[in-house]
Write a protein that binds this ligand. Structure first.
Ligand code: SAH
Length: 235
């Protein structure tokens, strides 16, 4: 069995494939990803300017982050194991004229093929959907060049994260489809930092991502209680 089949949940991939046609609908179920994108892009660029860099986006989906990084001047590869979102990403790239290389391959398989090939690796809102996140973190560490950056984002696991990210976003505000997130798969920042360290990465910045239902806006910074981003560097 390939690592690809081993470390992916087919139900998760189906879920993203079923919603794929809505990926670039600014008012649809991926609206939160569109809204957070300029914020996370600025945060990434604050740590690692992207122009001219070779960048890998792991779990790229329909290409929201991947395209924006290519637009910023990076040479971007996007990988995912859900076929439909990748097709949507490719079509959107044709429309927008921003080129990204999209491939249906697991992070583990690409790590075996191209170790140390990338100046920057991003893996956003993805670890909470895979059976073995440690293996993805290790693959990201293998894929990035020594001394270069890997950026992660995911959801914290505590009562507040459950209330806001599952009950709030899926049931009350209906920002996300019901069943988008499985609380048991959320990852505490300390757990992610220790996975990163075990993989040879040095975590150096942790920051939160917050949604205000009053202003209906996202902001970056502050506590990592719910959604958070972690920056790390390969030693
Ligand atoms: N990273 C993108 C999309 C997040 S949605 C962004 O932040 O804009 C989560 C994505 O992870 C989906 O596209 C889903 O297909 C992908 N995914 C889930 N399990 C995966 C796996 N095992 N390997 C690669 N991609 C996976």
């Amino acid at each position: 069995m390939s690592t690809m089949a081993a470390n992916a949940d087919p139900q998760e991939l189906d879920k993203f494939s079923e919603l794929a046609h809505r990926w670039w609908d600014l008012e649809g179920k991926f609206r939160p990803l569109h809204e957070i994108n300029p914020l996370r892009l600025a945060w990434i660029e604050g740590h690692a300017p992207l122009a001219g860099k070779r960048v890998l986006d792991v779990g790229c989906g329909g290409g929201i982050l991947a395209e924006s990084m290519a637009h910023a001047g990076a040479k971007v590869t996007g990988i995912d194991l859900a076929r439909k979102p990748l097709r949507v990403a490719e079509l959107h790239g044709l429309e927008s004229g921003v080129h990204v290389d999209y491939h249906e391959i697991s992070a583990e398989d690409l790590a075996a093929q191209e170790p140390g090939a990338f100046d920057v690796v991003t893996c956003m809102e993805m670890l909470e959907h895979v059976p073995d996140p440690d293996s993805i973190v290790r693959a990201c560490a293998t894929l990035v060049k020594p001394g270069c950056h890997v950026f992660f984002s995911t959801l914290n696991r505590n009562a507040k994260a459950y209330l806001l990210a599952v009950l709030g976003a899926e049931y009350v505000l209906r920002m996300l489809s019901k069943g988008t997130h499985d609380y048991a798969k959320f990852i505490r920042p300390s757990e992610l930092a220790s996975k990163a360290r075990q993989a040879g990465l040095d975590p150096f910045d942790l920051t939160g991502l917050h949604y205000s239902p009053l202003t209906r806006r996202f902001s970056i910074g502050g506590n990592a209680d719910v959604n958070y981003l972690l920056a790390s560097r390969r030693g």
